[in-house]
Design a protein around this ligand. Structure first.
Ligand SMILES: C[S@@+](CC[C@H](N)C(=O)[O-])C[C@H]1O[C@@H](n2cnc3c(N)ncnc32)[C@H](O)[C@@H]1O
Length: 322
């Protein structure tokens, strides 16, 4: 199988042709069985039928993931509980990442306010894993830290805290101008975070439900190899077009980082010693409470690139939060 391609086809058929243990990271963002309007896929199946299909591609994803690799699945909590019951028997559970999302009242229920990303190691003892950091959250106008660190201020990390299993700093794509014509396009920054956390430069990322190619774009920006599978010819065209416009340049100096419109949003903890040379850092550390670090754009300019423009070649649809 050729790498760095988007295969037009059914993921089960294509996955079954892939060699075992070829991927460092597998990420699946399947249809949620919520009757969304995809071009080619009928997103309304019986529960038993949907879950049997999910188990079939999960089994293939486990097979193609390396012993050092990681598997991620994005879905609503209802389906993730079934996935977890299946995966727990064959892989090592790492985390249920709660990704904060806008909700809407559905009546006689708690308002759904998060999507889940299940995170499994093929083998916990051998898995590649890097701690990651996100910037301190601050008041937009006055720049004071949101969190009161009390007596711990002198020990603050200049960039920001380690990322937890609740992600509320990365947002869904709300503006039509920033999204392709797909009902469920994910933001690149979510995938970049997963990729930085569990892979190295040159590693292989596989997404069997490529959609508009977000996972593949994220992998390419970060210097990884990628392979996507997508059922719908229109989405394949969008993904290929995005990938043509994407370069492996999301770094500062020789360090791969994730950024959203010029702001670095995820780094690896181990990279900070090399990255800090590109920042002006207020001293002493307690001054971080009111003063953010500033990236020196001239010295970092080689690397910090704006995100690629999405070409809209199909009519946009409105997206609803599950
Ligand atoms: C939730 S979307 C993925 C969106 C993607 N993460 C993005 O950011 O663009 C699910 C995708 O799976 C595709 N799909 C559905 N059934 C498929 C199958 N059997 N094989 C491959 N792709 C399939 C749909 O066409 C849809 O684009």
């Amino acid at each position: 199988m050729t790498l760095d391609t988007v295969v037009h086809g059914d993921c089960l058929t294509v996955l079954r042709r892939l060699p075992s243990e070829m991927a460092d990271l597998t990420f699946a963002d399947p249809p949620f069985n919520l009757a969304k309007k995809y071009h080619s896929y009928n997103d309304r199946q019986g529960q038993a039928e949907y879950l049997a299909w999910c188990r079939a591609w999960l089994r293939e994803l486990l097979r193609i993931t390396k012993p050092t690799g990681s598997l991620f699945v994005h879905n609503i909590p209802k389906w993730l509980t079934h996935y977890a019951a299946f995966l727990n028997a064959q892989a090592d559970f790492r985390h249920w990442i709660a990704w904060d999302a806008l909700g809407m009242p559905l009546g006689k229920t708690l308002m759904p306010r998060h999507y889940g990303i299940l995170f499994y190691a093929k083998d916990r003892q051998r898995q590649k894993f890097y701690e990651i950091r996100h910037p301190h959250r601050r008041c937009r106008k006055c720049h004071v830290l949101h969190k009161d660190y009390g007596g711990k201020k002198p020990a603050l990390h200049p960039f920001g805290p380690l990322v937890s299993d609740v992600w509320s700093d990365l947002h869904r794509i709300k503006h039509a101008s920033r999204r392709a014509a797909h009902p469920c396009q994910l933001p690149e920054a979510v995938l970049e975070r997963l990729i930085l956390m569990t892979t190295d430069e040159g590693d292989i990322v596989v997404d069997p439900f490529a959609g508009t190619g977000t996972t593949l774009v994220a992998a390419k920006k970060l210097g990884r190899h990628w392979l996507g599978i997508e059922l719908d010819a229109g989405y394949v065209a969008i993904a290929r077009d995005r990938l043509l416009r994407t370069q492996a340049t999301s770094r500062i100096g020789d360090v791969w980082v994730s950024q959203v419109r010029g702001t670095v949003v995820t780094i690896r903890d181990r990279d900070w010693p090399r990255l800090q040379a590109y920042y002006t850092i207020p001293m002493p550390a307690a001054a971080l409470e009111t003063t953010p670090i500033v990236l020196d754009r001239r010295s970092a300019a080689v690397a910090v690139m704006p995100p690629p423009k999405v070409v809209e070649n199909l009519p946009a649809r409105r997206q609803k939060t599950a």
